[in-house]
Design a protein. Structure first.
Length: 248
């Protein structure tokens, strides 16, 4: 799939970057699984989760549904040596962004292309501006309901908190990064930042701001890319047996 930008110069040799397609669902789910199991298993952010098998199925269904969403853009990095997806990113652009239109395709529920959506677009404030970190466009997470076996009360509280933060910071008017997953064995090679910079450069040219929610692990990289912390979101985990809150 054609990229709406040139191959990032910061992407290491031996890797390709392209748009994700429905054929990538299994590979994307595997990267998500490995990423979260390496980085977040038994951490402060998984307190509402169900069994791993249920989380896999839930995430696979969410990833598959996104390809029929005209307001979602997804990009991947593949290791040429083994053909495996090693990282991917999901963006929700604002309606007024036009720089990501080239090569964008919407798919039906069985994975067949139904054509480009010319109204789909993205957002960052330009090099002179400051990007804002603090929220994720997560209302779509409600579409499938909570994963089987998860704590439904805590699931709702978690996403209610994020949705509330989005509204507070008007995330719908910005380029929103909702997922960035990189296999742990590929960390430290600049792959994640290359995935982000390519899209943020497009947003900068359109003088659009960008918005995301950052975990403790991800925050340092986002700061290097120009994001600033503008808010903090805490989740009460007492019901899950924890004395301290989870913080984004």
């Amino acid at each position: 799939m054609a990229l709406p930008f040139f191959r990032p110069s910061t992407l290491p040799s031996g890797f390709t970057m392209t748009r994700c397609t429905p054929a990538d669902v299994q590979g994307m789910t595997e990267v998500w699984y490995v990423f979260y199991m390496d980085a977040f298993a038994n951490s402060e952010y998984t307190y509402w989760w169900g069994p791993i098998s249920a989380m896999w199925s839930w995430s696979e269904a969410r990833i598959r549904r996104r390809f029929s969403d005209p307001s979602t853009q997804q990009f991947k990095v593949v290791d040429i040596a083994n053909g495996a997806i090693v990282a991917w990113a999901k963006w929700d652009p604002p309606p007024r962004m036009i720089g990501l239109e080239r090569g964008f395709v919407v798919y039906d529920e069985v994975g067949e292309p139904v054509g480009p959506d010319i109204n789909t677009n993205v957002g960052s404030q330009g090099e002179e501006g400051k990007r804002k970190a603090g929220g994720e466009a997560s209302t779509k997470s409600y579409a499938l309901g909570p994963p089987e076996g998860s704590n439904t009360v805590l699931f709702k509280q978690f996403f209610d908190g994020i949705v509330g933060m989005e509204k507070k910071h008007q995330a719908g008017e910005k380029l929103v990064l909702t997922h960035l997953c990189t296999r742990h064995s590929y960390h430290g090679r600049g792959i994640g930042s290359a995935l982000m910079r390519s899209v943020l450069d497009v947003a900068d040219r359109e003088e659009l701001s960008s918005y995301l929610e950052a975990t403790r692990v991800g925050a340092p990289m986002y700061r290097k890319l120009g994001y600033e912390v503008v808010d903090t979101l805490e989740f009460d985990r007492a019901e899950a047996g924890f004395d301290t809150p989870a913080t984004l």
